[in-house]
Structure formats: C-alpha cells, structure tokens
Design a binder for this molecule. Structure first.
Ligand SMILES: Cc1cc2nc3c(=O)[nH]c(=O)nc-3n(C[C@H](O)[C@H](O)[C@H](O)COP(=O)(O)OP(=O)(O)OC[C@H]3O[C@@H](n4cnc5c(N)ncnc54)[C@H](O)[C@@H]3O)c2cc1C
Length: 285
C-alpha cells in the first residue's frame, strides 16, 4: 500500500516543531525515525496531511548527565543508546535493551521519543522506563510538564501526551543493578513478554525493587506485587522464585494474538520476571 498524500516539513527547533504542529490544526503529525508511523501510514491507519520531521533538531538527541541523573534526548536513536559508554557503565539494562531492539536499520532510525510516544504494547523501553522510575519531559503550547513513566502508559497505543505536545527527553537516576529479559518475537524482536527489574540492595538485603512488564498486556505496567514480595528480603534464589511465582496471576488483562496465546504469555511472565531479577541481583553483589 502507499500512503495518502502529505506535505513534509523539517523543524529546526522544538518551538518551531510546536508552532508547525499547532498550525496543522490536528492534521499534522511528528515524524522521528518513521519506523512505527510510516507502516501505519502505508496501511492507511494514519493519514496525516503534514509530517513534521523532528529527527534533526539540534539538541533533541544525545545522552548527558545532569547532576545525579541521565537525560536522553527524544530524537536519540536506539543505536546511540546501545553503544553509549555512559549507559553501559552506569545503567547497563537500558543499553542492553536498546541493543536487542529490531535489527540494525530499526536501531539506526528508531528513536527513544518515538518508541515512548507510540507505546506499542510489545515495545521494550516502556518496561525499562517503569523500572527506572523515569520522568518524561514534555513541551506543549502551555510550556513544560514532567510525567512519571508510571502515569504515562495508559492503554494500548495511548499515553499521557496531547496531540500538540512533544516529548523532549527522558530523565532518570541510573541503576546499575538492573536487567531486562524478553521473550522475542522471532521476526521483529518485539517482546512477547519483557520484564525489566531494578533493585536497590545492601549487605545482601533487597531494600526495594521496581519491576516493569511489557508485551503481555495492552500497555506496560509495574508488577507491584513482585516488588512488595521482594522488599526487605535477603537475596537468595528462593526469594526470587517465590516473588516471581505470582507475577502472572496479578496481571488482569493479557493479550492473545498470532504470536502467543494469553495462557502462554501468562505462563511466561514469572519465567522472565525470574530471569530479570536474577540478573539484576547478580549486578547488585
Ligand atoms: C521491523 C521492526 C522491528 C522492530 N522491533 C522492535 C523491537 O524489537 N522492540 C521495540 O521496542 N521496538 C521495535 N520496533 C519499533 C521501533 O523501535 C520504532 O522505531 C519505535 O517504536 C518508534 O520510533 P520512531 O522514532 O521510528 O517513531 P516514528 O515512527 O517516527 O513515530 C511514532 C509515533 O510517535 C510520534 N512521535 C515521534 N517522536 C515523538 C516525540 N519526540 N514526541 C511526541 N511524539 C513523537 C509520531 O508522531 C508517531 O505518532 C520495530 C520496528 C520495526 C519496523
């Protein structure tokens, strides 16, 4: 299929992109890597009259430290996340997740902001952003606002972002003791089930844990039951086993599609929760 006709314009700043979005009166859409939007346009599930390219806005891409936090610009491509020395050292879970997205073409064009805004139920970053307790920095006609990752992912392909707003960056405290484990769709490498775990442990005791789940349900979500089961416990294989055991049961809505039935996904949630937690805790030692 080919797309419906559209005009194309390249924004040269965030404010230029915002002005162009507002001038589009609901018929304009941002394009970053195009790896989610263009397939939708070809299927005519999305028919924007105007595309505003934000991929080359100066300052909208890059990975930086800001005090004790890391900021990643929305237009940063997955390859840059995967190959960042800063992330590999300070927050390896995120670099590893990016390295396992799609294929080289996807990783060289797809962006962090595009992935978060699109919120595919099988996308990887949402689980990791939940585990990192990340802040999503958004700019709109009314100025800036910051949305917690846990409030951002609301339903299938639905996030807390107005049509005239732009994600500028994602910011978080780096977590060394974190890991992401996913059951891949063989062809695309999207997550059938993906679990990200970040733990805070001292002297063999888990002080707290954050666990994000993607792929299984309509949108990424925190596995709070698993988090509560871990808090205050000594880390041992039995602790992980019993915390992960009930992970699948706690998820109310599970997807069923050509890739996996709901029963299979539910059965895989504890398996990948255990893998993510074991790797995260190995990093905490
Ligand atoms: C073959 C294939 C395999 C893939 N495999 C994986 C995988 O294994 N794991 C995974 O997680 N993903 C995977 N993806 C998805 C890929 O990561 C996409 O790049 C990503 O989901 C969207 O990023 P993008 O920059 O291409 O966004 P685009 O397609 O340009 O945009 C997507 C949507 O987000 C909006 N948008 C873009 N940037 C912003 C912004 N800064 N602020 C507000 N709205 C914005 C656009 O208007 C559009 O609605 C795959 C894609 C393909 C085609």
């Amino acid at each position: 299929m080919i797309t419906t006709p559209f005009e194309y314009s390249r924004a040269d700043s965030l404010d230029d992109a915002l002005a162009k979005l507002s001038a589009g009166k609901g018929e304009a859409k941002l394009i970053a890597g195009g790896h989610s939007l263009v397939p939708l346009m070809k299927l005519r599930l999305s028919e924007p009259r105007m595309l505003i390219d934000i991929a080359r806005i100066p300052g909208l891409s890059g990975i930086h430290t800001r005090d004790d936090r890391i900021a990643i610009g929305a237009a940063t491509v997955h390859h840059e996340v995967a190959s960042s020395g800063l992330l590999r050292e300070a927050c390896p879970m995120l670099a590893e997740t990016a390295a396992d997205i799609g294929d080289p073409q996807v990783r060289n064009k797809g962006t962090v902001g595009g992935s978060l805004a699109h919120a595919d139920p099988a996308a990887d970053y949402p689980a990791v952003m939940l585990a990192l307790d990340a802040d999503i920095h958004v700019k709109g006609p009314g100025g800036w606002r910051v949305v917690k990752a846990r409030d951002f992912f609301q339903a299938m392909f639905t996030v807390d972002l107005a049509p005239d707003e732009i994600i500028a960056s994602v910011q978080f405290k780096p977590v060394k003791a974190g890991a992401y484990a996913k059951l891949h769709q063989r062809a695309s490498r999207f997550a059938i089930v993906g679990v990200a775990a970040a733990v805070d442990a001292t002297d063999g005791v888990i002080q707290s844990a954050r666990v994000g789940l993607t792929g299984a349900g309509p949108h990424a979500t925190r596995l709070t039951g698993v988090e509560e089961a871990l808090a205050g416990k000594r880390f041992a294989p039995e602790t992980i086993e019993s915390a992960a055991e009930q992970a699948g049961a706690a998820v109310s809505e599970i997807n069923s599609d050509i890739h996996a039935s709901d029963a299979y996904r539910r059965a895989m949630i504890p398996v990948f929760t255990k893998r993510a937690l074991s790797r995260a805790l190995a990093r905490a030692q």
